[in-house]
Design a protein around this ligand. Structure first.
Ligand SMILES: Cc1cc2nc3c(=O)[nH]c(=O)nc-3n(C[C@H](O)[C@H](O)[C@H](O)COP(=O)(O)OP(=O)(O)OC[C@H]3O[C@@H](n4cnc5c(N)ncnc54)[C@H](O)[C@@H]3O)c2cc1C
Length: 335
């Protein structure tokens, strides 16, 4: 057993009792069966870009580093890409763009591993991973065997999936298969449309990827330099009556609710901004001045300090607008 720091882009200090790098599927199965048999908590970690960690992670932290990506052309504009969980998500995006395969251009520059991508059904600028998932291969800790889930079996929702909903972390994802090539360009998202308008008439996949990359670099802090997990809060879905009530006080955009569940999705960033939190600093944590959905670690903050500021924002937004904000990252560990 060897303890070690858990890598995370929020740049908080967290030590796991035992930390292990796993590079093949047999080793992963062995580690998980061993931990589960001995009732040792085991947590799967990818790149640590969607984690808020407290100071200690009890049990074993398993860093998934399985490698391999294969692109297979099935027909003229129909591709399957199979990638192992430990690959960097951007490797798939770049591989698709290099081959002129469409679909993933809006999902460029999302940090993290392939294996974590289905967990919160990564999405950005009008596209979600779930549109492309053919299957997800997992080690099922309950049945102690490998199995494959189809896209529908993953029960994807907005920043949700069967994997995220299951608090027991039953599934360790080892591989995903995507079907690519058939999707039309998605350019309606207001930021993307504005950025493309600046670039004239060109509307190919490379231009969309480039526009998205420009927006991201402008708005989001680089985790290589300043600790953050991207969006800290999900965009809430509210009933129409609540939306009218909010609109009586502030201007706010609204979008269809994902999954046709009724109600409207509204930007959490606008609520946080209108409540006066943009740029607010509390000790070593700050609401990012260019994007109030993002909380940054100015240096030396603990996970709890970040969570304290998040709780103050959540309470205030609830009190002012009657909207319950939900956290997007996973909160792990103890003090
Ligand atoms: C600057 C920045 C921008 C971001 N922008 C976006 C964005 O636009 N859209 C978006 O959706 N997200 C965004 N994120 C969040 C993050 O990039 C994604 O959630 C990403 O998929 C996390 O990958 P990871 O490997 O770092 O996962 P981790 O943070 O290591 O883990 C996240 C969760 O997934 C679980 N997990 C990890 N690997 C596996 C596995 N193999 N099997 C089972 N469970 C696993 C972990 O237990 C944890 O619960 C952003 C983050 C940052 C820092």
């Amino acid at each position: 057993m060897s303890s070690g720091r858990v890598p995370n882009t929020l740049r908080v200090d967290c030590v796991a009792d035992d930390i292990r790098l796993v590079r093949d599927e047999d080793d992963l199965a062995e580690q998980l069966v061993h931990a589960d048999t001995h009732e040792v908590p085991a947590t799967i970690i990818g790149g640590g870009s969607n984690l808020v960690l407290r100071t200690r992670l009890p049990g074993t932290a398993i860093l998934v580093r399985l490698r391999g990506v294969a692109f297979e052309r099935l027909a003229e504009a129909d591709w399957r890409v199979v990638a192992a969980a430990g690959e960097n998500w951007q490797t798939i995006v770049d591989g698709a763009l290099e081959r002129g395969i469409g679909g993933l251009e809006n999902l460029t520059l999302i940090p993290g591993s392939v294996g974590a991508a289905p967990v919160q059904n990564i999405g950005a600028y009008g596209r979600e991973l779930s549109e492309f998932v053919e299957s997800v291969t997992v080690f099922d800790r309950e049945r102690q065997c490998y199995s494959t889930l189809t896209g529908p079996e993953c029960a994807f929702g907005y920043r949700e999936s069967v994997f995220k909903r299951d608090a027991s972390h039953r599934h360790a994802i080892t591989r995903i298969a995507l079907r690519l090539g058939g999707a039309a360009l998605a350019t309606d998202y207001p930021d993307v449309a504005r950025e493309l308008a600046k670039r004239g008439r060109s509307r190919d996949r490379g231009t969309v990827a480039d526009a998205v990359a420009t927006i991201r670099r402008r708005k989001l802090p680089d985790p290589g330099r300043i600790g953050n997990v991207g969006s800290f809060f999900k965009n809430p879905v509210v009933a129409l009556a609540r939306l009218d009530d909010i609109r009586a006080r502030i201007d706010i955009d609204d979008y269809p609710a994902p999954g046709g569940t009724g109600g409207r999705k509204i930007p959490a960033a606008r609520l946080i901004d209108a409540a006066g939190w943009k740029g607010v600093r509390q000790d070593r944590v700050q609401v990012w001045p260019l994007q109030p959905l993002v909380l940054v670690n100015l240096g030396g903050a603990t996970g709890n300090e970040v969570l304290d500021l998040a709780a103050r924002i959540t309470d205030d937004v609830q009190r002012r607008y009657g909207v319950a904000l939900e956290l997007e990252p996973a909160v792990l560990g103890t003090d």
